[in-house]
Design a protein. Structure first.
Lengths: 157, 153
C-alpha cells in the first residue's frame, strides 16, 4: 500500500501527543510492511474509517506509556492499564489522532473519511490480526515506553 | 432505547450460523457495560459507520471457535486456531455484521461495515464505544458466543 497515505497518521501521532501530553515520539526507521499478526505491547486501540477507501489505524503501546498518557491528559495518577480511565483516555487520544489525520487526508485527497468509535483493550499477550488486508507499521519510542503505529487500507489505496 | 438496533445483530448471528447448519441458538444473559471483561480467547470486532456509528464484538472460546470454523469448512477437523482459522472467524464476523446491516437497511438505517480485527488473547479488558455497550450471551450447541453491541445513536 501507498506509504504516503500512512504518513499523515504518524504526523498526527507526534503532533497530538506533543500538544496534549508533552510526550515526544521518536520514530525508529520508516514504515515497514506488517505481514504478521501484531503481538501487543500491552494496550491497543483500533479505529476504523470509511469513505472513498476503507482503513484502520492501530496504536499499540507498552502499559507504562498508556498509564503516562492517561495521567497527563487527566492530571491524575493511575497504576494499571486496566483502569477504566486509562482505557478511556487512550481511546480518546486515538480518536483525536485519527480525526486529525483523516482531516488532512480529506482535505488533500477528498476521501470523505468518517470514523467509527475507537476500540481499546488491554490483555495478556494479545495478538491482533486483520485478515487479508495489508498494513504498514512504524516503530516508535517515547521516554515512557514503546509505541507501534500500524495503518491498513483496503481497496487499492 | 436500543432494542430495535440490537435485535438485527442477534437475528443475524442466528441466521448466519444457521447457514452452516448450527441451530438451536438461545439468548442467555444480557447486561450493560461500559468497560467489559472478556474471558474468552478470541474476539472479532467490526465497526459501523453511517446512520449509526459503533462497534460490534463477537467473543468465543477457542473450542467454540474451532467447532464453528469446522462447520464453516464442511466438517474439516480444526486442530488449532492458526491463520486460516482466525481468518475464518474474521469472515464469520463480517458475514454476521453484513447481514445485520441488510436488516437495518430494511428499517431505513444505512450503515457501512469495516474490515474485522481479530484479537486473540486472554483476560482482555475492552471498551468498544463511548456509551455503554449491551452484551448478549448467545448459547450455541458449541458453547457461548458473547456479542457486544456498542452503538452511538
Amino acid at each position: 500500500m501507498e506509504v504516503q497515505m500512512a504518513r499523515p497518521f504518524i504526523n498526527s501521532v507526534k503532533t497530538i501527543l506533543q500538544q496534549m501530553t508533552s510526550i515526544d515520539v521518536e520514530t525508529e526507521g520508516d514504515f515497514q510492511p506488517e505481514n504478521n499478526d501484531i503481538i501487543s505491547y500491552g494496550v491497543t486501540s483500533i479505529i476504523n474509517f470509511a469513505g472513498k477507501v476503507k482503513g484502520r489505524l492501530l496504536l499499540d503501546m507498552e502499559p507504562d506509556l498508556a498509564v503516562d498518557i492517561a495521567g497527563r491528559l487527566t492530571n491524575e495518577a493511575y497504576s494499571s492499564p486496566k483502569e477504566h480511565m486509562v482505557l478511556a483516555a487512550i481511546s480518546e487520544i486515538n480518536n483525536i489522532i485519527a480525526g486529525d489525520a483523516n482531516t488532512f487526508l480529506n482535505n488533500t485527497y477528498g476521501l470523505g473519511l468518517r470514523l467509527t468509535p475507537p476500540v481499546v483493550f488491554t490483555g495478556n499477550k494479545a495478538i491482533i490480526s486483520i485478515p487479508k488486508i495489508p498494513s504498514v507499521s512504524i516503530a516508535c519510542r517515547t521516554s515512557s515506553g514503546k509505541l507501534k503505529v500500524n495503518i491498513a487500507f483496503e481497496g487499492g489505496a | 432505547m436500543k432494542a430495535e438496533y440490537v435485535n438485527p445483530f442477534l437475528e443475524a448471528v442466528i441466521n448466519i450460523l444457521g447457514e452452516f447448519g448450527i441451530e438451536g441458538i438461545k439468548r442467555g444473559n444480557i447486561f450493560k457495560k461500559d468497560r467489559f471483561y472478556v474471558s474468552m480467547d478470541i474476539t472479532s470486532v467490526i465497526g459501523l459507520i453511517g446512520d449509526i456509528r459503533g462497534n460490534i464484538s463477537y467473543s468465543l472460546s477457542q473450542e467454540t471457535a474451532k467447532n464453528i470454523v469446522s462447520a464453516m469448512m464442511m466438517g474439516m477437523h480444526i486442530e488449532q486456531m492458526d491463520d486460516m482459522a482466525r481468518s475464518a472467524i474474521g469472515e464469520l464476523a463480517n458475514m454476521i455484521t453484513g447481514k445485520a446491516a441488510v436488516l437495518l437497511e430494511k428499517k431505513g438505517v444505512d450503515v457501512d461495515i469495516t474490515a474485522p480485527s481479530v484479537i486473540f488473547g486472554k483476560d482482555i479488558y475492552m471498551i468498544i464505544s463511548s456509551v455503554e455497550a449491551i452484551c448478549v450471551e448467545l448459547n450455541t450447541p458449541f458453547g457461548i458466543m458473547e456479542v457486544g453491541i456498542g452503538l452511538e445513536i
